[in-house]
Ligand binder design. Structure first.
Ligand SMILES: [Zn+2]
Length: 299
């Protein structure tokens, strides 16, 4: 699932491609992915242009004007959503990779030849030659148009966010005080800290030397402080390297990069722990999610 760094990367990449371009055509193949009124969806967006792309947690917010009113297209990629923009000699893709084959095709070039594919459920055209595909294999992702008031209500449901001003040690401590749930489940709650998911929570807890099954209230101040600091530094580094899942980027600038080279525990089960080299990384279920950790380095 795309997490904060992946969604941030998509936001930045798409901002360079689709802003201030008129939406000339919209094809909706799976109406159920549109959570607001289907007819208004097209009516609102056709002829409009996005003037800003923002993000809160894992939610993308595309701002546009309809007459004098500002409206917002919200997009959540959920498990398997992905955006692919194909334009003049450029391609931007972000989100989930459906297969190794697809990732490879993306890296080697030629991904655009397979589009639209059977997972391309919503397609935006900016003129004849610039197309934005919203693909979603499992169809948990969604799009929704909201007003400013509705957006504010939604934003209020999100917790503090790493790299934002309100992500302070003081706020962090307050939120984590006396919580009886385990640290893994707590970090995954979007109304506590917004944007974290399975990959980064496992990495943060490994870097902090804290077992994912520990009860939040039982952590020492020093341990909690490590979780706080590592949340900031790991998310920052992951954004620098353009996330982990599928965020890669090919265009004339030739930028590339991937955080997967820096993963220490996520997806590393049965390999030797890179820190202690004494034991293998284990994978168990915590909070209903596959959870990776080192039984020696994490206490
Ligand atoms: Zn270890």
């Amino acid at each position: 699932m795309p997490e904060l760094p992946e969604v941030e990367t998509i936001k930045n990449d798409l901002s360079q491609k689709v802003l201030n371009k008129k939406i000339s055509k919209i094809v909706i193949k799976k109406p159920k992915l549109v959570k607001s009124s289907y007819t208004n969806f097209k009516k609102d967006l056709l002829g409009a242009s996005f003037f800003e792309i923002d993000r809160i947690g894992k939610l993308l917010i595309f701002s546009f004007r309809k007459g004098k009113k500002e409206k917002y297209l919200l997009v959540h990629l959920k498990m398997t959503g992905q955006f692919i923009f194909v334009g003049h000699n450029s391609l931007v893709a972000g989100g989930h990779a459906n297969s190794k084959e697809e990732s490879k095709r993306y890296r080697m070039g030629g991904l655009e030849k397979g589009l639209p594919n059977k997972f391309s459920h919503i397609i935006f055209y900016f003129g004849e030659k610039e197309i934005l595909y919203f693909n979603d294999m499992r169809q948990f992702g969604y799009m929704k148009i909201v007003t400013k008031d509705e957006l504010d209500i939604i934003k209020n449901k999100y917790g503090i966010e790493p790299l934002q001003k309100n992500f302070t040690w003081k706020n962090f401590q307050k939120i984590f005080q006396n919580k009886k749930t385990n640290i893994k489940a707590f970090l995954l709650k979007q109304d506590v800290i917004s944007g974290l998911g399975n990959i980064y929570v496992d990495e943060i807890l490994f870097a902090s030397g804290v077992l994912p099954t520990r009860t939040v209230a039982a952590l020492s101040e020093g341990e909690l402080r490590k979780v706080f600091e590592n949340t900031k530094s790991i998310i920052k580094k992951a954004i620098k390297y353009r996330g982990t899942t599928f965020s890669d980027y090919v265009d004339s600038s030739g930028k590339r990069g991937n955080f997967s080279d820096f993963l220490k525990v996520y997806g590393k089960q049965k390999t030797l722990c890179p820190k202690c080299a004494r034991t293998e990384i284990l994978k168990i279920k915590v909070a209903g999610r596959g959870t990776h950790f080192c039984p020696y380095c994490q206490n």
